[in-house]
Design a protein around this ligand. Structure first.
Ligand SMILES: *[C@@H]1O[C@H](CO)[C@@H](O)[C@H](O)[C@H]1NC(C)=O
Ligand SMILES: *[C@@H]1O[C@H](CO)[C@@H](O)[C@H](O)[C@H]1NC(C)=O
Ligand SMILES: *[C@@H]1O[C@H](CO)[C@@H](O)[C@H](O)[C@H]1NC(C)=O
Ligand SMILES: *[C@@H]1O[C@H](CO)[C@@H](O)[C@H](O)[C@H]1NC(C)=O
Length: 279
């Protein structure tokens, strides 16, 4: 709770933005602010990544196939699959209509750089297939380049105000795409903004601060990005997310390697499971 306030104090003290204020959303309690309840069925691909033991919501993510979830690398970094459970099929954390799935393999991007927030993307493989229905569906990946003036749909569970309560209901917010050059400029030419990011912006003072880390940004019904990092709320700086188009090869390579191993038999599948995916 103190952390966001601390950051505001740093800003007032004039500490250099680039050094001090860029941080991943996971380090703050503040997530979607100024959004509204998502209408039922709006984001059937949305999951809540939770601590298996605590049951606490920690990050967002998106269903892309029966057994595959995409999220941010900083959501899973340094943890084992057993640490997590995945809640799918609900937009209400308190409603008992949904179900949990369990992770048996984490594939973090090999070049994820925690301090530079680069390549902040990960795949989670589930030990059971997700049962699809009206409220549980995969989302298609977008390969289309975004254009200035495009608006994206951001969804996530997050506090509604600084240090406030986590809402039960999934929040939605429209955010505008910010081209790379403009985004980097807005962040003082920081190299923390790179071409693997999709930047988005909400009106200054409107209160949109961060989406849930790992949470989906969707354009025309297709997944375009996963929330990576942002600046303190309503300061007028774009937030940065991992671009799905940019990481297309990372995603496709691992899905096909898994598919090939599964088709080859249980031994190959076991080998896939135990093998490091970075070489
Ligand atoms: C949800 O279901 C579980 C087990 O079926 C039960 O223990 C729990 O109390 C229920 N929660 C709510 C909010 O109804
Ligand atoms: C998946 O993992 C969970 C948690 O470890 C376990 O309870 C469940 O039985 C597993 N399901 C399958 C199909 O192995
Ligand atoms: C799913 O949605 C379709 C179309 O909106 C509707 O006709 C159907 O009754 C729904 N099924 C369930 C189980 O809610
Ligand atoms: C960022 O780079 C642009 C173009 O190279 C330059 O015009 C601008 O002054 C730079 N801004 C900062 C804050 O360094």
């Amino acid at each position: 709770m103190l952390f966001p306030l601390l950051l505001v104090n740093l800003l007032v003290a004039g500490v250099r933005l680039e050094e001090q204020l860029i941080y991943p959303p996971q380090f703050t309690r503040e997530r979607i602010v100024g959004g509204e309840d998502a209408p039922e069925g709006m984001a059937p691909y949305q999951i809540s990544l939770q601590g298996a033991a605590s049951g606490q919501h920690s990050c967002g993510g998106a269903i892309i196939e029966e057994r595959w979830i995409l999220t941010a690398a900083h959501c899973i970094h340094g943890k084992t699959p057993e640490a997590f459970r995945v809640l799918a099929g609900t937009q209400d954390l308190k409603k008992n209509v949904s179900r949990y799935y369990y992770v048996d393999r984490i594939l973090e991007h090999c070049d994820y750089e925690p301090r530079k927030y680069r390549n902040d993307i990960a795949l989670l493989h589930l030990n059971e297939s997700i049962v699809f229905d009206n409220s549980t569906q995969p989302v298609q990946l977008s390969h289309e380049p975004l254009m200035p003036g495009d608006w994206l749909l951001l969804t996530g569970w997050g506090t509604l105000s600084l240090g406030g309560e986590v809402p039960a209901k999934l929040q939605r917010l429209e955010v505008e795409y910010v081209p790379f050059e403009e985004c980097r400029l807005a962040h003082g030419n920081s190299s923390h903004v790179d071409i693997g990011h999709v930047c988005t912006y909400n009106d200054k003072g409107r209160g949109a601060c961060h989406g849930d880390s790992g949470g989906p940004l969707v354009h025309n019904g297709k997944l375009v990005a996963l929330v990576n990092w942002g600046m303190p709320c309503a300061r007028g700086k774009p937030d940065a997310s991992a671009s799905i188009a940019y990481y297309h090869d990372f995603i496709r390579t691992h899905l096909s390697l898994h598919e090939a191993a599964a088709a080859a038999g249980t031994e190959e599948l076991a080998a896939w499971r135990s093998k490091s995916h970075c070489h």
